[in-house]
Design a protein around this ligand. Structure first.
Ligand code: HEM
Length: 179
């Protein structure tokens, strides 16, 4: 998993709680690199899972909600670091429509070893999109936070549905853009 994901999580803890709290979490997680992340390094996903487990315990917040909130925050960081990726997009549906064949492709060019998910577009209209999400990391709550933050970025209002499909690690998102 890319370092910017870790550095963004730590930034979020420092901003939303406090730098001391972020330090405590890192110390308790007892990570291999003692929490010294760089945004362009790569680190095992298991280290992120350790951090989330500690946060669940310390904040008594379910992992689902933590991941959602983190996804929301992460979008801001990604959009700031890589604004050019969003430059010619006019709304949230535009972004969701081209995750696999544009946005995450550009990410892959910058970071060849990025662990990116798969988003296939099943159906698209002027006001809705159906997307199939596949990732062995099952970060669908992170995806929900990213989607809501992306909608907010464009000033769009959306309604979302999420269904777990029978195939492993596979989920169906339906997003409607409200008028
Ligand atoms: C609504 C829009 C987006 C959605 C739904 C989305 C979804 C996701 C998800 C769910 C992950 C976690 C990995 C996984 O699921 O296995 C991820 C990773 C990532 N995404 Fe996106 N993404 C969006 C937009 C963006 C944008 C705009 C950028 C860059 C400008 C970006 C860059 C990345 C990066 C750098 C990672 C980390 C890869 C790694 O850990 O190695 N994403 N994305």
């Amino acid at each position: 998993m890319l370092g910017i994901v870790f550095t963004s999580l730590i930034d979020m803890l420092e901003e939303k709680v406090s730098p001391d709290f972020a330090d405590d979490v890192l110390e308790e997680a007892d990570l291999e690199n003692a929490g010294a992340f760089t945004s362009v390094g790569y680190y095992p996903f298991s280290e992120m899972q350790k951090l989330i487990t500690i946060l669940v315990k310390k904040t008594r917040t379910p992992a689902d909600k933590l991941l959602y909130d983190f996804g929301y925050y992460l979008f801001g960081k990604l959009a700031t670091a890589h604004g050019q990726v969003l430059a010619n997009k006019k709304n949230i549906l535009d972004v969701l429509n081209c995750l696999d064949d544009d946005i995450h492709v550009q990410v892959r060019k910058l970071y060849p070893d990025a662990d990116l998910p798969h988003f296939s577009v099943l159906k698209k209209t002027e006001t809705s999109i159906q997307l199939q999400y596949y990732s062995t990391r099952d970060l669908y709550h992170l995806a929900e936070g990213l989607m809501d933050a992306a909608a907010n970025h464009f000033g769009d209002k959306i309604q979302r549905e999420l269904v777990k499909l029978d195939e492993p690690h596979t989920y169906l998102f339906t997003i409607h853009l409200e008028a």
